[in-house]
Design a protein. Structure first.
Length: 315
């Protein structure tokens, strides 16, 4: 029997800019991750990722920059360095690695909104992007740890692939996770995804402690408000899957929610996926097509979008 944990465990709250800054290390250590993705109007998409793995007073930094065209991976750059060569602000999202500013977030003067500036890559393959916050961010805790989410951002700037500069505009997503370094021992993994249907944004997750305890999470944003749906009211079914690297990889989901004035009926189907090897983690990233319908109060949206979704399994 599977026990679905009630959503009282996941209670998202509004956050300030400082909450997205680096946090002080817990007693033994933790893994802190800043993740950005963007889907652009010209069939390109990117993922920018920084993992800070801290143990006692030492740390290792893993960075990843991934370029996609027509939903397929075409280029990736992964690097490793050490905490002593870097600076992570505890006052705001600001990261400098090997004397290069990677992330800097400020509030705009006119609207007091957050704007992230991301500068990653090498001479030939890099991104110089802006991510402007569009909706209210939130943060909550689940089995793995803390999860801060900026569900929707306007993304624009320049990406360079093999020395060719490409101007891009589109929409983006950002999250910031902090997990105890021992989480892989006590948890099985998680699946994460999103649905964009302006002015509505849906963030969903299935966090798996073990085969008996699964926490379904869904938060829906409408402009400056957000609502968390109780876990027992979220029906996330795996319709199709494959087996890769010794793990079951879902390739098609059905998501159903009917709670008060919120109705969601969406099919999530993987178009393309690739496997990424990370220490202690088996990780798949998908470009997935969302199709269906979302209602929130008087707003009704037909869904037909492509978003980036993730699956991680601990070894």
């Amino acid at each position: 029997m599977v026990i679905y944990i009630k959503s009282s465990i996941f209670e998202p709250k509004t956050v300030e800019l400082k909450d997205d800054a680096a946090h002080k290390t817990k007693i033994y250590g933790d893994v802190e991750t800043w993740y950005f993705d963007a889907v652009f109007d010209n069939n390109y998409s990117v993922v920018c990722l920084i993992n800070l793995i801290k143990f006692l007073k030492k740390g290792v930094i893993l960075t990843g920059l991934y370029f996609y065209k027509e939903n397929k991976l075409i280029k990736s750059i992964r690097k490793r360095t050490y905490l002593k060569n870097s600076y992570f602000s505890i006052e705001k999202p600001y990261i400098r690695i090997d004397n290069k500013e990677i992330i800097n977030c400020e509030k705009t003067k006119d609207s007091n909104e957050w704007i992230y500036k991301i500068n990653m890559g090498d001479k030939a393959n890099n991104v110089n992007l802006n991510f402007l916050k569009k909706v209210t961010p939130w943060c909550g805790s689940h089995f793995l740890g803390s999860w801060l989410v900026v569900p929707s951002l306007k993304s624009y700037g320049i990406i360079s692939i093999d020395g060719n500069e490409i101007n891009v505009t589109g929409h983006g997503y950002h999250d910031h996770n902090i997990y105890n370094i021992y989480s892989p021992i006590f948890n099985q993994g998680a699946n994460f995804g999103k649905i964009v249907a302006d002015p509505l944004n849906v963030i969903w997750a299935q966090v798996i402690k073990n085969k008996h305890k699964i926490e379904n999470i869904l938060v829906i944003n409408k402009e400056q408000e957000f609502i968390s749906i109780p876990s027992n009211d979220i029906k996330l079914s795996i319709i199709d899957s494959v087996k890769e690297h010794g793990k079951i990889v879902p390739t098609k989901y059905k998501l159903n929610v009917q709670k008060n004035d919120i109705y969601i009926n969406v099919e999530i189907e993987s178009i393309n996926r690739h496997f990424i090897s990370i220490p202690f983690v088996k990780y798949w990233r998908h470009h997935a097509r969302n199709t269906g319908e979302i209602k929130f109060g008087s707003i009704r949206k037909i869904v037909n979008d492509i978003e980036i979704i993730d699956q991680l399994n601990f070894l």
